[in-house]
Design a protein around this ligand. Structure first.
Ligand SMILES: Cc1cc2nc3c(=O)[nH]c(=O)nc-3n(C[C@H](O)[C@H](O)[C@H](O)COP(=O)(O)O)c2cc1C
Length: 290
């Protein structure tokens, strides 16, 4: 599956150093530093060995060298990166202008290029643009969240029990949603509150058996959000959707996701209607150095 072409190998050891699964090692009793494939059965086909070898000496059956692109010499200054990270905002009001398909494809590509646990790459994506589907899904999300517990927060007893079980901070966070969703259900106010009438929603779903599927989908969503912000789009997490999917299988079923999978990440995206003028200060957080 993976071999080292010894006629090309310059024994730099970079493949062995960077291999996540210790596939390579030096050959005992051979020339000092000679690199060999010692444990091919441990390979996760991540392609790092092929990508890092300065002499194209690695041959990998699943990751043929022709599929690898050279990394272009594009420098992003630390200030630009910091600017993108500190100035990115969740965007909740969008122009009606549709997002070009190529741009949506680039967002998904950024999501696909996020790292995945064990290099599993098993997270998949669903792009929703159909307004009627988004509004049906919104109704479903609202019903799931309401029936699963938000409705109980309206009574003193319910909120006290919630505080005992989930703590003061989580209960305070959820109280706001109790009011918002109650208004939405009773008064038909706040239509579009789940997806904010965004022209595009990108969902990522992963294997339920994978404890790290949440993280994989979240990182993919973060990549998409950051690229969106750098390309002039705006994006925001659709956390009500992922919460509802966590509570009820109805969400995954509605989306035609197989029973071994669930939705763990979702963003809404579109051209922002408004422009933020200021960075937002954050709460002081405990940061411990040990
Ligand atoms: C996991 C997660 C879920 C979120 N879900 C929603 C959501 O469903 N609706 C929404 O309007 N904002 C949602 N947000 C956006 C947060 O409200 C937002 O990140 C926070 O207020 C800080 O603002 P900023 O993203 O502009 O820095 C979510 C954010 C995260 C990280």
């Amino acid at each position: 599956m993976v071999t080292v072409d010894s006629t090309r190998c310059v024994k730099c050891g970079s493949c062995a150093d960077e291999c996540p699964n210790y596939v390579f090692g030096s050959i005992p009793d051979a020339n000092i530093g000679e690199i060999a494939v010692r444990y091919p059965e441990q390979c996760c086909a991540c392609g790092h060995c092929v990508a890092i070898c300065p002499e194209n000496a690695i041959r990998h059956k699943e990751m043929p060298a022709e599929r690898f692109e050279d990394i272009p010499d594009i420098q992003i200054s630390p200030e630009t990166m910091r600017h993108i990270l500190l100035s990115r905002r969740s965007i909740r009001t969008f122009e009606e202008t549709p997002v070009p398909r190529e741009l949506v494809e680039q967002l998904v590509e950024a999501g696909i290029h996020a790292g995945t646990s064990s290099n599993g790459q098993t997270e998949n994506f669903i792009i929703l643009q159909d307004r009627s589907v988004l509004s049906e899904l919104e109704e479903l999300v609202i019903e799931v969240l309401w029936k699963a517990g938000l409705r109980y927060l309206g009574s003193g007893l319910g909120s006290r029990l919630a505080e005992m079980k989930y703590g003061t901070e989580m209960t305070r966070e959820c109280m706001a949603y109790y009011h918002i969703i109650r208004n939405r259900r009773q008064n038909h106010e706040l239509e579009g509150m789940i997806f904010r009438n965004a022209p595009v929603v990108v969902i990522s779903h992963g294997l339920r058996a994978n404890y790290l599927a949440h993280a994989n989908c979240a990182i993919a969503a973060r990549n998409m959000e950051i690229l969106a912000s750098a390309t002039g789009l705006g994006a925001c997490w659709a956390g009500f959707l992922t919460s509802a999917a966590h509570i009820s299988r109805r969400i995954a079923r509605y989306l035609g996701i197989s029973t071994d999978r669930n939705v763990y990440g979702a963003i809404m995206a579109g051209y922002p209607k408004h422009k933020y003028r200021k960075r937002i200060p954050r709460k002081d957080r405990e940061v411990r150095w040990i």
